[in-house]
Ligand binder design. Structure first.
Ligand code: SAM
Length: 257
């Protein structure tokens, strides 16, 4: 499929080049013009120059994807992040309760844990490098009632979506796996509407009182804030205590006068 508008069969005319959210029940993809994709087993893959689906090294192999939820609940959250999964999901539920009727992009969607936190009257797009996790996310999110619900195998810093395609971006417990933070943040700024916001959570070293070994790149809050500023965001820390995890909002930085 070429980067263009996609409609469900029962839909009629969709405004050409539509990016802003039209009526609920209508949607256009948010793909950039030059992007080619293919759909396999409910997931979208971006095609490379040879027409092959692009694939990435996944955090957890596809064969082990069924273990992900157990590992997060019983190992990663309590033992590595000194936190609690139920408290994490409660915090996200509170933070996202006001997000209604928006076009939402979930970066590092995993198995779709967000399904229990994000109101289902939002339109949902998710990206992740792991097809195994995304297939589980697709089942969970469609069962929860998200529509549309589109999942793309693509990394956080190389999004196939058009400028301004989304109102809200989410990125939970994933930024530490993103090697080039500023490349990703600039992509997020690009795909968000000018007034769009991001809600994120990530372990930070200064909250890691037990000195646990945490996978990926741990960046202190100050470093995240400075990188966000360089990429056009103002970062606001949210008032949540849950082990090593920092919860924060990224809003458009006021433009200099
Ligand atoms: C700890 S999980 C968090 C998943 C989900 N957001 C949640 O809260 O349950 C980290 C996720 O980031 C994904 N991931 C790792 N590196 C990534 C990258 N560069 N771009 C996008 N996703 C990535 C992994 O495949 C995994 O699903």
């Amino acid at each position: 499929m070429r980067g263009t508008l996609v409609k469900e069969p029962w839909q009629s005319i969709t405004p050409a080049g539509c990016v802003a959210p039209p009526m609920r029940g209508w949607y256009c993809t948010v793909l950039r013009e030059e992007i080619d994709t293919t759909e396999r087993s409910d997931l979208h893959y971006v095609l490379d120059a040879d027409g092959k689906p692009k694939r990435y090294k996944a955090w957890l192999s596809d064969r082990l994807a069924f273990l992900y939820d157990w590992i997060m609940e019983h190992n990663v959250l309590p033992k590595v992040l000194s936190g609690d999964l139920a408290a994490h999901l409660d915090a996200l539920r509170r933070i996202l309760s006001e997000v209604r009727g928006q076009r939402v992009l979930d970066v590092g969607a995993g198995t779709g844990n967000i399904a229990t936190c994000l109101p289902t009257d939002n339109e949902y797009w998710g990206v992740d490098v792991s097809p195994g996790l995304l297939r589980r996310a697709h089942r969970r999110l469609t069962r929860a009632g998200f529509h549309p619900c589109e999942l793309y195998v693509t990394p956080a810093g190389d999004l196939p979506f058009a400028d301004g395609a989304f109102d809200v971006l989410l990125c939970n417990l994933t930024l530490n796996f993103v090697t080039d933070l500023e490349v990703a943040l600039r992509e997020w700024r690009r795909v968000l509407q000018p007034r769009g916001e991001a809600f994120c959570s990530v372990p930070v070293p200064e909250r890691n009182a037990r000195g646990a070994k945490i996978n990926g790149a741990l960046r202190p809050e100050a470093e995240l804030r400075e990188a966000a500023q360089r990429c056009g965001f103002a970062m606001e820390t949210l008032d949540v205590e849950n082990g090593t995890i920092l919860y924060f909002r990224l809003s458009p930085a006021p433009s200099p006068r």
